[in-house]
Design a protein around this ligand. Structure first.
Ligand code: ZN
Length: 236
């Protein structure tokens, strides 16, 4: 074994599960699984970028894996309770998102690579590139692993201001409503702003206002394409 990163071959898994075609379509849904003669077809919205397409395909494959192996009844809180007939749509979708993250970036693989490594946003970026998964998927995995006790914030830039666009912590993604109450304590001197202005990766302290309460974190911030800043926040 080389020990190098392994990129999940989704088409191979798809073929093993009876997927005969994966194609981009101008569909409203991000992705969907359709039963066709002789197997299944996966359709993915054509405007999505390649890494998002991989996530959607992995999500749809997880639907198939769950169905094929009766996994819902296997995880039923009470054996024999026909759990599969009572779970909500949201629960199933979250389960398939979790399955997609596991396919793209297996936890056992992540833990092996995190062992002995200090928290580093550059390392997370490299993980994402090496596994051909998006940065949000890689950051979600880091949070789920519990290895670094951190959270990630995405700052968007508009009208000379940075605003919280996305946040991921150990519980998952914050809702849009929750994000409205997260801001930078001092936008012009913030690490996020300096990372955006300099176009480089910076480390230091970052103070956020969460509701009306200041909270200071050790942080690393990196500017990405499209005038975004991703910040990793660690407990001080
Ligand atoms: Zn789904």
């Amino acid at each position: 074994m080389s020990g190098g990163p392994s990129v999940c071959d989704l088409e191979h898994i798809g073929r093993a599960l009876g997927v005969t075609e994966i194609r981009r379509e101008s569909t409203h849904e991000r992705g969907r699984l359709i039963r066709v003669p002789g197997g299944y077809k996966i359709e993915v919205r054509e405007s999505l970028d390649a890494l998002d397409v991989r996530f959607i395909v992995a999500h749809e494959l997880t639907h198939l894996i769950i169905e094929r192996f009766d996994l819902l009844d296997a995880i039923a809180p009470q054996p024999g309770s026909s759990f599969s007939r009572t779970v909500s749509y949201d629960f199933l979708e979250r389960l398939c998102d979790a399955g997609a993250r596991e396919l793209l970036f297996p936890m056992v693989d992540l833990r092996r690579h995190l062992r002995g490594q200090a928290p580093s946003i550059e390392l997370v970026r490299r993980f994402a590139v090496d596994r051909a998964c998006s940065l949000p998927v890689a950051t979600h995995r880091i949070c789920e692993s519990g290895f670094w006790q951190c959270r990630f914030l995405w700052w968007g830039y508009a009208r000379d201001q940075l605003f919280a666009e996305r946040a991921i912590d150990a519980r998952g993604e914050l809702s849009t409503k929750e994000l409205l109450h997260v801001s930078l304590a001092d936008p012009t001197t913030s690490l996020a702003w300096r990372a955006l202005s300099s176009g480089s990766t910076l480390s230091g302290d970052e103070t956020l206002m969460i509701w009306d309460t200041p909270a200071t974190y050790r942080a690393q911030a990196v500017a990405t394409r499209d005038n975004q800043v991703v910040e990793m926040l660690l407990r001080n």
